[in-house]
Design a protein around this ligand. Structure first.
Ligand SMILES: C[S@@+](CC[C@H](N)C(=O)[O-])C[C@H]1O[C@@H](n2cnc3c(N)ncnc32)[C@H](O)[C@@H]1O
Length: 304
């Protein structure tokens, strides 16, 4: 018999419930969800409700990715953090709650209204500022942020070699820029691996044209390493990243909260040979690069 349960009730300190209806699942599915989602690798995330993470997901688990990223950051209460491409702002809420930082939760496709409701419900209305923002038109003062993070979003706009210079303008010298994205675990050349082009049982293929914005850790490190606006670039891959991604996809299937067709089968077939997560971090230098996305540049140079 289907019963309505709050799987997060078993999860302890921060029982964040979704603001929507709770997912209807059976008791055995609750056990299955716990097996998939209660991960010792992400101890802070275990305090957040399963249904909250599932109902607000936009693909891979943003809370896990935020925890993995924040492990390598120096975050102190009151720091100004930009969460760039925050989606439904669950990573922003996580950072505000866990570290007491002030987070500007900025996104293109998701407007600020629901993100504000989520921040209020999560008890961080004083620490999360939602806004709609396009990544090439950042409306903040130079050097404003102590930290910029971007979770499962940077690959949509950051593969342009000019982008990191632009972004760095909004971080104070010595501040941190950090990104976690889906990535390649080895180079693929000109053709995607055939098994990622195979249709899954649900009819969808993992590899879509947009996946060409996935890069290996070396490709990302090289790209960031050439940018004089940052230093101390470090990059690595999430151990067993494919497994965590697959498990979350399975949990989405069970809970019926999927927005896109599940990629669990393809990730399982791949076993992390090609697909996983990449993490990058760097510190801002004193360099002050031009804003090459500024439409007034021609006039400033006296040629328009
Ligand atoms: C896959 S979603 C991930 C959202 C969220 N970080 C998460 O992990 O749940 C990618 C996000 O990147 C954002 N994005 C893509 N292009 C962008 C751009 N040019 N400027 C700002 N955000 C962008 C989208 O609005 C979208 O919410």
């Amino acid at each position: 018999m289907a019963v309505r349960v709050h799987p997060e009730d078993a999860c302890g300190l921060y029982p964040l419930r979704s603001e929507c209806a709770t997912i209807a699942i059976t008791m055995s599915e609750t056990t299955e969800l716990s097996a998939l989602l209660d991960k010792p690798e992400f101890p802070r995330s275990r305090h957040y409700g399963h249904d909250w993470m599932l109902e607000n997901q936009m693909g891979p688990n943003a809370v896990w990715l935020a925890e993995w990223l924040s492990n390598e950051l120096d975050l102190k209460p009151g720091m100004r953090v930009l969460d760039l491409g925050c989606g439904r702002a669950i990573s922003s809420i996580f950072l505000a709650r866990e570290y007491g930082v002030m987070v500007w939760a900025a996104d293109l496709w998701i407007g600020p209204d629901h993100n504000w409701q989520r921040a209020c419900t999560a008890g961080v209305a004083d620490r999360v500022v939602p806004l709609r923002m396009e990544a090439h038109a950042i409306p903040f003062a130079r050097d404003f942020f102590d930290v910029v993070v971007s979770i499962d979003a940077y690959h949509y706009f950051g593969t342009d070699v000019l982008y990191l210079s632009y972004l760095s303008r909004f971080v104070r010298p010595g501040g941190q820029i950090a990104v976690s994205v889906p990535g390649l675990m080895q180079p693929i050349g000109d053709q995607p691996p055939p098994h990622l082009l195979q249709p899954q049982a649900n009819g969808s293929c993992f590899w879509e044209n947009e996946c060409w914005c996935f890069n290996t850790v070396d490709e990302w490190r090289d790209r960031w390493g050439r940018c004089r606006a940052v230093c101390g670039v470090e990059a690595d891959c999430m151990p067993e990243g494919w497994r965590h991604w697959r498990d979350f996809e399975r949990a989405i299937e069970i809970s019926g909260t999927g927005i896109f067709p599940s990629a669990a089968e393809a990730l399982d077939n791949d076993q992390g040979d090609y697909i996983g997560f990449v993490r990058l971090r760097a510190a801002r230098t004193e360099a002050h690069p031009e804003n090459l996305y500024d439409s007034g540049l021609g006039a400033q140079a006296g040629i328009d």
